[in-house]
Design a protein around this ligand. Structure first.
Ligand SMILES: NC(=O)C1=CN([C@@H]2O[C@H](COP(=O)(O)OP(=O)(O)OC[C@H]3O[C@@H](n4cnc5c(N)ncnc54)[C@H](OP(=O)(O)O)[C@@H]3O)[C@@H](O)[C@H]2O)[C@@H](O)CC1
Ligand SMILES: [K+]
Length: 585
């Protein structure tokens, strides 16, 4: 295998490089999928979040620290201004004034993995409004009348929500690529056409079945847009006999809130085909059925009256759930249509779950519990090739770190730090990387903490960055030392005053009687320094820096054929050089 040119760096001798340190165990961390209990196979196995676990083992030797020039990664503030509740709305004729404490006040949600779970829990706790057929139609009219929306706009946002929700639950992978969108004659069908376009741009392979085309410019425009993307339109009679073989996901966009009576041809047959797909045991692998606004064929208010209707895996309610959604028992219920203005919320007293961050969809019901052993993503990522990586692992790290920041990942500087004590017992925790330069990784902590204790006994440590959304992991191993006092002093005073007080209050890792102890101490300090005077850095608080001897860059790939490139140090002509090798996944 061709090897990239070795990169030479000057050699340093570590103050820790004593014979005893060299014999101490060196921690290694990597993400593993953990097999767990067996489960009821009929229960939903869908995952929306990967669940990383850290496994730490101990082996190895010590290494050498280098001078530090820290550059702080971007600070993330969970209460950034764009998350504030919106200002009160202007009053419109026919609508009540927006009141303070109106039922819907978007709480400041936090983006990312934790926030999804929190949103789901909050949504589950809150009572969500369900609309009658009449109210749904009335809201539609008001949006497109006095409230100034056009049908095109609402349809675009509705279809985008559907595509976003599909992509959130059925992440793009080998198992979830081929989507059939069945579109009806009305606006529900229009939502389906829009969703097809967005799914295409998200990387899915959509096909559309649109048997009763509406001769209006809005619809013919949507069809033209799909044709320009070479998205196939399949006549109902030409649909493959076994939909399970040809499609991973079927989007039901046949009927929405204007449905009445019993389905007429050709939709009666199409609905029947979806019903037979839902019958358990009909096929080894069934496509997921996603219904837009209402499961087609269901009564808009009563739901699946005789119990013989389609049983979607997912429902994306638009604007607000309709009454029939109370009967939906599938694992994934989402809200879409992030356009409802306060006059509508107030007039109808709508209680809806908040949309997390910039998301176009919000989970209404709690996500189903997940069988950990079934958690398996089939990653689709760009290849990580020896010929493309930087010869210096710090440059490669900074390149990936920049990409993680650009991708909007929440706290990409969060890393698992694994330390090992004198007895060889490892321990891991998340810390925030506060500086990285050409030689070291820096973070700050309490010198009385368990990690500090471990490091005083054994300077070997491992760092692990896991950027789930990018299918990337970086392992860094090396030796740790304290940063100079003046460095810690400088960083301490750059922190928000609240964090400075928090650092003084917390005697980290010691047992305390209760939360009140911290709150009381914090209050007293807050009072003491209320004049804005300098808060002195406590002696027991400061930084550490790790000088790596090993890096591994991991990029998830399809069928578990992941890329793993390891950088280790070699002696070349009396210098230390980074050597790159590919490891088997
Ligand atoms: N603000 C909002 O709320 C937004 C709403 N949006 C979306 O609009 C949807 C409502 O759209 P919609 O009003 O066009 O009606 P929809 O349900 O698509 O179907 C009507 C068509 O079906 C037909 N049809 C009816 N019964 C039938 C039967 N038994 N068998 C056969 N055909 C039957 C009916 O024909 P007709 O009975 O009139 O002859 C008509 O052609 C809503 O659910 C949401 O998805 C978003 O786009 C944006 C924001
Ligand atoms: K539908």
């Amino acid at each position: 295998m061709p090897q990239p040119a070795a990169h030479h760096t000057p050699r340093y001798r570590s103050p820790y490089q004593t014979s005893s340190a060299a014999s101490r165990p060196e921690p290694q961390s990597r993400m593993l999928a953990v097999a767990s209990r067996t489960r009821d196979k009929s229960a939903p196995t869908i995952l929306s979040l990967a669940m990383p676990f850290l496994l730490t083992t101990a082996t190895g030797t010590a290494t050498s620290p280098r001078p530090l020039i820290p550059s702080s990664p971007r600070r993330q503030n969970p209460t950034t201004p764009h998350l504030r509740p919106p200002p009160p709305a202007r009053r419109l004729p026919g609508f009540p004034a927006a009141e303070p404490g109106a039922p819907f006040l978007p709480r400041p949600p936090r983006r990312g993995m934790a926030s999804l779970a929190a949103t789901a829990a909050a949504a589950a706790a809150a009572e969500v409004t369900h609309l009658t057929q009449r109210d749904a139609a009335e809201i539609d009219e008001q949006l497109m009348g006095p409230l100034g929306f056009s049908v095109d706009q609402l349809m675009e946002l509705a279809g985008l929500s559907v595509a976003a929700a599909v992509a959130e639950v059925y992440k793009l992978s080998e198992e979830h690529t081929r989507v059939l969108i069945i579109c009806g004659p009305g606006n529900n069908g229009g939502d389906g056409l829009v969703a097809a376009r967005h799914l295409y741009h998200f990387g899915y392979r959509p096909s559309v079945c649109y048997p009763k085309r509406t001769p209006k410019p809005l619809y013919s425009g949507l069809v033209t847009q799909l044709e320009s993307l070479s998205i196939p339109f399949i006549p109902a009679e030409d649909l493959p006999h076994d939909l399970s073989r040809e499609f991973d996901i079927i989007v039901d966009a046949m009927f929405g809130f204007s449905f009445h009576g019993t389905p007429r041809p050709p939709f009666d047959d199409l609905i029947q085909r979806l019903i037979s797909l839902s019958v358990i045991g009909n096929s080894d692998k069934k496509p997921a059925i996603v219904s837009v606004d209402i499961p087609s064929g269901w009564h808009v208010e009563e739901g699946d009256v005789d119990g013989g209707g389609i049983k979607p895996d997912m429902l994306v309610s638009l604007t607000a759930p309709k009454l029939c959604a109370k009967k939906f028992t599938g694992p994934h219920h989402f809200l879409g249509g992030r356009f409802v203005p306060p006059p509508i919320l107030n007039k109808y007293g709508l209680k809806l779950p908040p949309y997390p961050g910039t998301s176009m969809c919000a989970r209404i019901r709690k996500a189903p519990s997940v069988d950990i052993s079934s958690l398996r993503e089939n990653y689709i990522s760009p290849e990580l090739l020896e010929s493309q990586v930087m010869p210096d692992p710090f440059d490669q790290f900074l390149r990936w770190f920049d990409e993680a920041v650009t991708a909007g990942l929440r706290e990409p500087n969060a890393m698992a730090l694994t330390t090992v004590n004198r007895e060889g017992k490892p321990s891991s925790r998340m810390v925030l990387l506060k500086g990285v330069d050409k030689q070291t990784f820096v973070w700050y902590t309490n010198y009385g903490s368990r990690k500090a204790h471990d490091l005083s006994e054994n300077p070997n440590a491992a760092l692990l960055f896991y950027w789930n959304e990018m299918n990337r992991q970086v392992r860094v191993e090396g030796s740790v030392e304290k940063v100079p006092e003046e460095e810690s002093e400088k960083y301490f005073h750059s922190r928000p005053r609240g964090s400075q007080l928090g650092a003084i209050v917390s005697k980290q890792s010691t047992v305390i009687a209760g939360r009140e102890v911290l709150q009381q101490a914090y209050k007293e300090l807050e009072h003491k320094y209320s004049d804005g005077s300098l808060i002195p850095k406590p002696e027991y608080w400061g930084g550490y820096r790790l000088t790596p001897t090993l890096f591994e860059f991991w990029q998830g790939q399809q069928s578990r054929l992941h890329d793993r490139l390891q950088y280790s140090q070699r002696e070349v002509d009396g210098n230390t050089a980074w050597h790159i090798e590919r490891l088997s996944p």
